[in-house]
Structures are given as structure tokens and as C-alpha cells.
Design a protein around this ligand. Structure first.
Ligand SMILES: NC(=O)C1=CN([C@@H]2O[C@H](COP(=O)(O)OP(=O)(O)OC[C@H]3O[C@@H](n4cnc5c(N)ncnc54)[C@H](OP(=O)(O)O)[C@@H]3O)[C@@H](O)[C@H]2O)C=CC1
Ligand SMILES: O=CC(=O)O
Length: 324
């Protein structure tokens, strides 16, 4: 008999067929309490789950006594209680690498859009305000040759550094837990502590995961250390930045602008003050959202679930210690 798995995200037809050739698949709309109750038998027998964004913690695990593997269609896994998975010996698989270049493109989009005020001035054109030669109130600031600071020099940070160094001649500063020789050799990136990065960067770009250590890493104190001409870009996770402090810094002119793909609460509430600030570009968490990359992520997640439930894991495992 095929192992039973629960799918809580829509998949393209060919990938669904691939999943169904290995497993007995039950598709649910979400992992809500309502669905857990409605499909209690299915959850009780599930050996694997595949989907994204939903919280998988102790409560969920109490409904899935036979679970052996979880496959998330994302690289970030802060929505999983990894300690609880480890305690049960459940393998957690994710989708690094396939999305790296696309997310770096999104970060560069935010750098350019905020510096050149692309969204704001395009709105003014649509509103019929372009009536003659434009004046300084339409101008932005240069990106090329400015200093780009990267918080988190992992896969995405490295791909961003590549774009900034080769494409825009930008000096690169970075901070991570360790030095990254590849970034220093290929992009002439300079490792520095957080305070130095904040003080010297024209763009502070966050490509960090959300962990206990990175929660509110950027708050009022850190924002005050940035140049008043600097721009903050966050495509890591919303709670890495204290959003209230960010709003205050933007309102007070402590920093010049912000480009955000992630927020403390998603979807961003329609009454968020961020939405009424002209110097904010807010994207709806589209870091990896291209047709090609989302397909590749889904394919990777399907392969990850097949590999993990057949005891054939070679890559993309968050907690390899449970495999031993
Ligand atoms: N907006 C979006 O749609 C997307 C957002 N993301 C987010 O981006 C994150 C990064 O992805 P990816 O680059 O693949 O991950 P990596 O694991 O390759 O890189 C993470 C980097 O963060 C650094 N880091 C972690 N903790 C700390 C800390 N406490 N202090 C300083 N540096 C730290 C790591 O340091 P070290 O190298 O020293 O270990 C590493 O350089 C994801 O976890 C996810 O949250 C990812 C994809 C899409
Ligand atoms: O935020 C997206 C991810 O893949 O992580």
C-alpha cells in the first residue's frame, strides 16, 4: 500500500501526478483546526505532508502520530517547530538553491525601486501629474557605486552581492555569523560588525532567516545608527525588523526609505501606516514568485518528499540528525 500524504498547497498537474504515483494523496485547503477535525482519520494516518506557510507545531503534531516527513515549498522554515520534529524523528525538507537567483532579483528590484522612487513617480504619471519638464521633486538617488550592506551572506546574500558588484559597481559590506571567503574573493566584500555595517551602508539589505537571535535584530537603536540618506531593504522575514520602530524612523526622516517584501503580519493589514508612506515600496512577499521558480520549488518539494519517505535523502534536509 502506498504511504498516505497530505497536500496543503495546489500543485501543477504533472507534479501532482508524480506525487500520486508514489503516495495516496489527500488534498486539503489548509492545516486549519477545522480541517484537522474534518479529516481527522487522514491526518491520523499521514506519513508525510507537503505545502507552505502554515504553522507546524506541537499541536499539529498531536494530530499526526504517524508523520515521518514534512516537505515545505520554501527555503525558510521558521513556521516549523524543529525541536518538536526532532523529538519525534520527523524529517524536515526545504527548497534552497532553486529560488536563490529569483529572490536576489527581487532584492535588487527593491533597491532600484526605492532609490529611484519608481513606484511613487509611476503613480504620479498615472494620476496625470506629468504635465511638463520634471523638477527635482521627481528625482531619486543613484544606486551605482553606493555601498551595499548585506545582513546574512548565505545563498541569497551571495547572489545579491554578485548583482551589486558586477552590475552596479557597488562596494559590498556584509555581516553573518562567520566570514564568507567566496564573497570576499569574488565580490571584494568586506566583513564587518553590525554597527559598522549600519553606519557605513547606503543600502542595508536583509537576507536573514527568522530565529530567536534575529527576531527584532533591527530596532530603533539600530535604525538610529543608519545614515539619514540610507535605505533599508528586507526580504528575509518581517519580524527581523521591529516594524513599529521602522515606521517611526521613516516618519522622522531618520532613514530615507524602505523596500519591504516581508512584514511582521502577512498579509500586511490595509491600515498599516507603511502603506501611507511615499518612501516605502511594499511587495506582497513575492521574493520567489516567478512562474519558473515557483514550479521549480514545487518540483523540488515533491522530490524531497519522495526521497525522505523512501529513506533516500541526499540534500535539502533541515535536520539531518534525525536520519541517523
Ligand atoms: N522574501 C522571500 O520571498 C524569501 C525570503 N527568504 C528568506 O531568506 C532567508 C535566507 O535564505 P538563504 O540565503 O537561502 O539562507 P542561508 O541559510 O543560505 O543564509 C542565511 C544567512 O543568514 C546568516 N545568519 C543566520 N543567523 C544569523 C545571525 N544570528 N546573525 C548574523 N547572520 C546570521 C547566516 O550566517 P552564516 O553564513 O554565518 O551561517 C547566513 O549567511 C530564508 O531563511 C528566508 O527567511 C528566502 C526565500 C524567499
Ligand atoms: O519566503 C520564502 C521562502 O522560500 O522562505
Amino acid at each position: 500500500m502506498k504511504p498516505s500524504v497530505i497536500l496543503y498547497k495546489k500543485l501543477p498537474d504533472d507534479l501532482l501526478a508524480r506525487l500520486e504515483s508514489h503516495f495516496s494523496v489527500t488534498q486539503v485547503s489548509s492545516l486549519s483546526a477545522e480541517n484537522l477535525q474534518k479529516h481527522a482519520d487522514v491526518f491520523a494516518n499521514a506519513e508525510g505532508i507537503l505545502g507552505s506557510s502554515e504553522t507546524v507545531g506541537k499541536d499539529f503534531l498531536s494530530h499526526t502520530p504517524k508523520l515521518r516527513a514534512a516537505s515545505t515549498v520554501s527555503v525558510g522554515y521558521d513556521n516549523f517547530d524543529v525541536d518538536a520534529l526532532n523529538a519525534r524523528g520527523i524529517v524536515l525538507m526545504h527548497t534552497p538553491t532553486v529560488l536563490t537567483e529569483t529572490v536576489a532579483d527581487t532584492m535588487m528590484t527593491l533597491v532600484l525601486a526605492t532609490a529611484r522612487r519608481a513606484v511613487e513617480v509611476a503613480e504620479r504619471v498615472k494620476a496625470g501629474e506629468w504635465k511638463g519638464g520634471i523638477g527635482a521633486d521627481w528625482f531619486g538617488i543613484d544606486v551605482h557605486h553606493k555601498t551595499l550592506g548585506i545582513l546574512g551572506m548565505g545563498r541569497i546574500g551571495l547572489a545579491l552581492a554578485q548583482r551589486a558588484h558586477f552590475g552596479f559597481n557597488m562596494p559590498i559590506l556584509y555581516n553573518a555569523r562567520r566570514h564568507h571567503q567566496e564573497a570576499e574573493d569574488r565580490f571584494n566584500a568586506r566583513y564587518c560588525d553590525l554597527d559598522t555595517l549600519l553606519a557605513e551602508s547606503d543600502f542595508v539589505c536583509i537576507s536573514l532567516p527568522l530565529t530567536d537571535e534575529t527576531y527584532h535584530l533591527i530596532g530603533a537603536e539600530q535604525l538610529a545608527k543608519m545614515k539619514s540618506s540610507a535605505i533599508l531593504i528586507n526580504a528575509g522575514r518581517g519580524p527581523v525588523v521591529d516594524e513599529k520602530a521602522l515606521i517611526q524612523a521613516l516618519v522622522d526622516g531618520k532613514i530615507h526609505a524602505a523596500g519591504l517584501d516581508v512584514f511582521e503580519q502577512e498579509p500586511l493589514p490595509v491600515d498599516s501606516p507603511l502603506l501611507s508612506l511615499p518612501n516605502v515600496v511594499a511587495l506582497p512577499h513575492i521574493g520567489s514568485a516567478t512562474h519558473e521558480t515557483r514550479y521549480n520549488m514545487a518540483a523540488c518539494a515533491v522530490d524531497n518528499l519522495i526521497a525522505s519517505l523512501s529513506g533516500n535523502v541526499k540534500e535539502n534536509c533541515v535536520n539531518p540528525q534525525v536520519l541517523k
